[in-house]
Design a protein around this ligand. Structure first.
Ligand SMILES: C[S@@+](CC[C@H](N)C(=O)[O-])C[C@H]1O[C@@H](n2cnc3c(N)ncnc32)[C@H](O)[C@@H]1O
Length: 429
C-alpha cells in the first residue's frame, strides 16, 4: 500500500508528510503560496518570455506545485486575454489557429480513413515555447499531481494520521493568508502530458487505489477524476484524435460550438513540452545534456536528503544552467550556500514581500543577476562549521553516508562554530 499522508495547509492547498524522511513536503502555512513565493515571484517574467525557448528544470516535482504555479502564472498573466480574442471567428482567426492544410487533414481522415496525421494545431501562444523537465524518484506521487485540489476554502483537518510537531500550530488556522488556486486547465494539461508520456498512468493499480480511496476524496479534483475514470474504464469515449479532427472541421466551416471552444482551449495549452523523469535526480541529470533557464530545487531539508545539496550536485547543476539562468531554492542553510559558492555560483537571497524577509537562496553564473546579495553576516557564516558542505564525490552515495562524512568533517574541523561567530559578530557590530 502506498504511503500517503495528506492534510490541508493554511491556504487551502494540500500538503504531504513523508514517513520515510520524517519531513513535510510543503510549508504548512500554504503549499501553493510557498511555491509562488519561492519559485515564481523572484523570476523576471517579462525578460524570460522574450526568449525563443523557456526551459525549466523542476527537481523534486512531488505533486507538482512549482511547475503548476509556473504555468498558472503565465496562463493568468500572459495568456488569458489572447484566448478570448481568438474566439472571434474572423479570417484572421483561421491564420492564428492554422494547420498546414486543414482540408487535406480532413479529407485524409474522412475519405481515405488514413490514420496518419502529422498536422498540428498551431497557435501563437506562449505555451508552445515552454519546455519543462520534472524529476522525482516517486512515480506515484507525480501521477497524483494533476488530481490535487487547491484553493479549498472550507477545509477541516480531522484524523491526521501522522505526528509532526512543527506543523501543529498551523493546522486549521485558515485566516492568515489568501487561497490561491491552480486553474483546472493546468491540471488537465499535466494530466494529458503524463498520460501521453507514461505507459501505465491510467492503468496503475496503486494510483487507482488512492484515487478511489474515500478517505482521500476531499483532496482530489472530481473533474480530473472523471476524466481519469473515462480513460481507464471507457477509453473509446475519450478519443483525442476524434476531437482534434472535429475541431479542424469546425474551423474549416467557420463555426466553433461552445463545446469545441472549450476543447480548443485545451489543445492550445497542449503546445507545452513536459517531460516527467521518475528516477534519482543525480542519475537523470548525469544522462541529460540540456541547459535550463530556471532550475527549481525543492528537495527535503539538507540533513534529510543531502544527496541533492552536495557540492558535486551543484557542480552538476552548473553544467545544466544557461549563462543567464537561475537556480531557486527555499533553503538558506550555510552549508548549501557554501556548496553553491564552491561550485562557482554567485548567490543571493530570495526576498518574500508578504513576510518582508529573506526566505530562500538564488544562484546564478553572473553577479548582475543577483538582486539581494548576502549580508556581511551571512557571508561570514559560510566560513564557520555550519558552512561545511556535503560531499558526494561520485554522485551515487546514500544519504546516510553523506551525512556521516560531513559529521566527521565537522568534528575534525578547527573552524569557529556558528554560535561563537554570532556572538563575536554581534559584539563587534
Ligand atoms: C519537499 S518534496 C518536493 C515537493 C514538491 N516540489 C511539490 O510541489 O509537491 C521532496 C521530493 O523529493 C523527492 N526525492 C527525494 N529524493 C530524491 C532523489 N534522490 N531524486 C529525485 N527526487 C527525490 C521526493 O519523492 C519528494 O517528492
Amino acid at each position: 500500500m502506498y504511503e500517503f499522508h495528506p492534510y490541508f495547509t493554511n491556504d487551502g492547498s494540500v500538503g504531504l508528510y513523508s514517513t520515510d524522511f520524517n519531513d513535510i513536503y510543503h510549508s504548512a502555512t500554504g503549499a501553493l503560496t510557498e511555491a509562488y513565493e519561492k519559485f515564481i515571484y523572484p523570476v523576471d517574467f517579462n525578460n524570460l518570455l522574450q526568449k525563443d525557448k523557456i526551459k525549466v528544470l523542476d527537481i523534486c516535482y512531488g505533486i507538482g506545485y512549482n511547475s503548476k504555479s509556473f504555468l498558472n502564472f503565465i496562463f493568468e498573466n500572459y495568456c488569458r486575454k489572447n484566448f478570448t480574442k481568438k474566439y472571434s471567428l474572423s479570417k484572421h482567426y483561421i491564420y492564428k489557429i492554422h494547420t498546414n492544410n486543414i482540408l487535406q487533414t480532413l479529407l485524409g481522415n474522412f475519405i481515405y480513413k488514413n490514420n496518419i496525421c502529422n498536422e498540428q494545431i498551431y497557435t501563437d501562444n506562449i505555451f508552445d515555447k515552454i519546455f519543462i523537465t520534472a524529476i522525482d524518484n516517486d512515480k506515484i506521487l507525480s501521477y497524483i499531481s494533476p488530481f490535487i485540489k487547491t484553493g479549498v476554502k472550507n477545509f477541516k483537518n480531522v484524523n491526521i494520521d501522522f505526528e509532526y510537531n512543527a506543523i501543529d500550530k498551523f493546522i486549521n488556522n485558515k485566516d492568515k493568508i489568501s487561497h490561491p488556486k491552480i486553474n483546472e486547465l493546468i491540471n488537465y494539461l499535466i494530466f494529458e502530458k503524463i498520460r501521453e508520456n507514461s505507459n501505465d498512468f491510467t492503468q496503475n493499480k496503486e494510483l487507482n487505489q488512492l484515487i478511489n480511496n474515500p478517505t482521500f476524496s476531499q483532496y482530489f479534483d472530481s473533474n480530473i477524476k472523471g476524466i481519469y475514470k473515462s480513460y481507464r474504464y471507457k477509453p473509446y469515449k475519450n478519443n483525442p484524435r476524434r476531437d482534434y479532427l472535429a475541431i479542424l472541421h469546425n474551423i474549416y466551416y467557420r463555426y466553433l460550438s461552445k463545446r469545441y471552444k472549450k476543447r480548443l482551449k485545451r489543445y492550445q495549452l497542449q503546445d507545452i513540452n513536459f517531460r516527467l523523469k521518475n528516477d534519482d535526480a543525480r542519475k537523470v541529470l548525469l544522462e541529460d545534456y540540456n541547459l535550463y533557464n530556471l532550475i527549481f530545487l525543492d528537495a527535503f531539508t539538507p540533513s534529510k536528503c543531502p544527496c541533492l545539496w552536495s557540492y558535486e550536485f551543484f557542480k552538476l547543476l552548473k553544467e545544466h544552467l544557461e549563462e543567464d539562468g537561475l537556480i531557486l531554492t527555499y533553503s538558506t542553510s550555510a552549508s548549501i550556500r557554501a556548496a553553491m559558492v564552491e561550485a562557482g555560483f554567485e548567490i543571493g537571497n530570495i526576498y518574500n514581500e508578504r513576510l518582508n524577509k529573506f526566505t530562500g537562496t538564488v544562484a546564478a553564473k553572473n553577479k548582475n543577476q543577483i538582486k539581494y546579495p548576502l549580508s556581511e553576516y551571512d557571508l561570514g557564516l559560510l566560513k564557520t562549521k555550519a558552512g561545511i558542505f556535503y560531499r558526494d564525490e561520485n554522485l551515487n552515495s546514500l544519504n546516510e553516508a553523506i551525512n556521516e562524512t560531513r559529521k566527521i568533517e565537522v568534528e575534525n574541523s578547527n573552524r569557529i562554530s556558528s554560535s561563537h561567530y554570532k556572538k563575536y559578530f554581534n559584539q563587534s557590530h
